[in-house]
Design a protein around this ligand. Structure first.
Ligand code: ADP
Length: 171
């Protein structure tokens, strides 16, 4: 698997699947989630509602992932995953790593060859960017997957620089 970095907006990525930093409700939120539903149109939310009414009545658990189609977005699928809220008193790294592993498993099941990831948990969920970059990059590098390209899409240059440094260190 090739790991690439771009600075930009994940909703504009022409890849097979983009990953959404969703919340457990699957019913929309701010940040990446808000942008995906805003630009992707109502079809994505309708599929999320159907998931809540069936398989995920209690919400999507933290660290798990599930796919919907991508509505009006250039990608074919959205893979929704729920990152952990950062905690100083409890190590939740395994849950953040799980988001990436489980998203890649869903991508494999879909047959997606190119997948774009945001920096899950680094927004509203407050995970420090350098630590999140280390966990995300090492988890993806160690994952067994048929995905050809895993692309990290960083919204601002500061985040891009941090991921770039981590990728040079571990990649
Ligand atoms: P979480 O709740 O998991 O922290 P957020 O969506 O609040 O998720 O933030 C995750 C990261 O995504 C943050 O670093 C934020 O700056 C970034 N981000 C926000 N909007 C976009 C976007 N359209 N494309 C790519 N990254 C984005």
């Amino acid at each position: 698997m090739k790991l690439t970095l771009v600075q930009g907006d994940i909703t504009e990525q022409p890849v097979d699947a983009i990953v959404n930093a969703a919340n457990s409700s699957l019913l929309g939120g701010g940040g990446v989630d808000g942008a995906i539903h805003r630009k992707g149109g109502p079809e994505i939310l309708a599929e999320c509602r159907a998931l809540r009414a069936s398989r995920y009545g209690g919400g999507l658990p933290v660290g798990e992932a599930v796919a919907t189609t991508a509505g009006l977005l250039p990608a074919r699928w959205v893979i929704h995953t729920v990152g952990p809220v950062f905690s100083r008193s409890e190590d939740r790294s395994h849950l953040l790593a799980s988001c990436y592993r489980e998203s890649l498993k869903v991508a494999d099941a879909l047959g997606a060859a190119t997948v774009a990831f945001p920096a899950v948990s680094t927004g509203v969920y407050r995970w420090p960017m350098d630590d999140a970059a280390r966990i995300s990059v090492t988890t993806v590098l160690r994952s067994e997957s048929n995905v050809r390209e895993a692309r990290f899409v960083l919204f601002d240059f500061a985040a891009y620089e941090i991921f770039d440094r981590v990728l040079r260190e571990f990649g």
